[in-house]
Design a protein. Structure first.
Length: 340
């Protein structure tokens, strides 16, 4: 029998937990024959939503749950030791499962990844790296960092590019990923001190395919494979893009449905709209990986349904299968040694 990839699931994290998380986990073991899932959470609630028992699904009972509107993530991780997220994170650290997937509070998951799964010694700060759909079919862009660390040091931004570069090559199979630096203009000297210094670091690294600065208006253009950013700017830009796309699609739908002529036109263009919706559909991406910690940690969207969560588990499987954590550690350790 082939190797089983053991994925730990925080079944209680997310707006639709535990129902959609449990259903998504079951869909994942049906889709991926080499995946085993351990569901962490309240056993009685999990069993209510589990379609059937399965030899590749285990349940670890946890009494506590970290809420989505948590105030201090680090404090919650320290205090709520019997929560599904904390118990699952400790299982990852111990090697009982290979990766962690959660749709719970982003801050809590980042804290759990950093404090419990533990930051790699070769990494200055872990970074959250969502995969963004683009207007180019079959093309996506990695944004790194999207909010794990809000401090905008040039060395952090440079490292974010390195993390994403290894991830793109290892997991996504992009041979020579094109990298852009998120900035307020495309000219080389744009931005603050940290952005200018990060630009120089990226340009001088001949192992990177650095194309220069990129503005937020081009984030979904597909011009680059990786957008390097500090977590503060990256998070704001990502949410602006997500919100604008959602609102524009909603506005378009409302306008079409407001008149009889519009409804008729909408029927004629239904296949076109479905195609557009599929291109920008974030479901198949599944979530964002926290790069720079000792095992794959995947943040699935808080509003995840079962299908989205299934793909998040697939995302975790692929990261484990391609040994992305070890490859990041080896590459950044070597870089650290040459610069010291």
């Amino acid at each position: 029998m082939s190797k089983l990839f053991k994925i730990g699931v925080d079944a209680m994290g997310g707006d639709n937990a535990p129902a959609e998380m449990v259903k998504g986990a079951y869909m994942a073991i049906e889709k991926y024959a080499d995946v085993e899932v351990t569901l962490f959470g309240r056993e009685d609630e999990i069993k209510k939503h589990l379609p059937a028992t399965h030899e590749r699904i285990q349940i670890v009972h946890c009494d506590d749950v970290i809420p989505m509107d948590i105030g201090d993530p680090a404090m919650a991780i320290r205090r709520q030791k019997e929560s599904s997220l904390v118990v699952a994170s400790k299982a990852v650290k111990k090697g009982e499962v290979d990766a962690l997937v959660s749709a719970g509070a982003t801050g809590a998951l980042i804290a759990a990844g950093t404090l419990l799964v533990k930051r790699l010694k070769s990494v200055e700060r872990p970074a959250l790296a969502p995969i963004i759909p683009t207007v180019k079919k079959d093309a996506t862009t990695i944004l790194c960092d999207a909010g794990a660390n809000s401090e905008a040091k040039a060395s952090f931004i440079y490292q974010n590019a390195k993390l994403a570069d290894i991830y793109a090559k290892t997991v996504l199979g992009i041979q020579n990923p094109k990298i852009g630096l998120l900035n307020i203009g495309t000219e080389d000297a744009k931005g603050g001190v940290e952005q200018v210094e990060a630009f120089a670091l990226l340009k001088n690294d001949t192992s990177l395919n650095f194309l220069g600065n990129i503005e937020s208006k081009s984030m979904i253009s597909g011009e680059v494979d990786i957008i390097a950013a500090d977590g503060y700017a990256g998070n704001i830009a990502l949410k602006a893009v997500e919100g604008t796309a959602k609102d524009l699609l909603g506005l378009l739908k409302d306008e079409i449905m407001s008149t009889t002529k519009g409804k008729m036109g909408g029927l004629l263009l239904k296949s076109t709209f479905d195609g557009i919706k599929e291109v920008v559909n974030p479901k198949t991406v599944g979530g964002a990986i926290l790069l720079g910690v000792g095992a794959p940690v995947i943040k699935s969207p808080g509003s995840s349904d079962a299908e989205t969560f299934m793909y998040a588990i697939g995302h975790a499987k692929k990261a484990v299968e391609n040994d992305v954590v070890s490859k990041i550690d080896v590459a950044l350790t070597a870089l650290k040694e040459t610069t010291e």
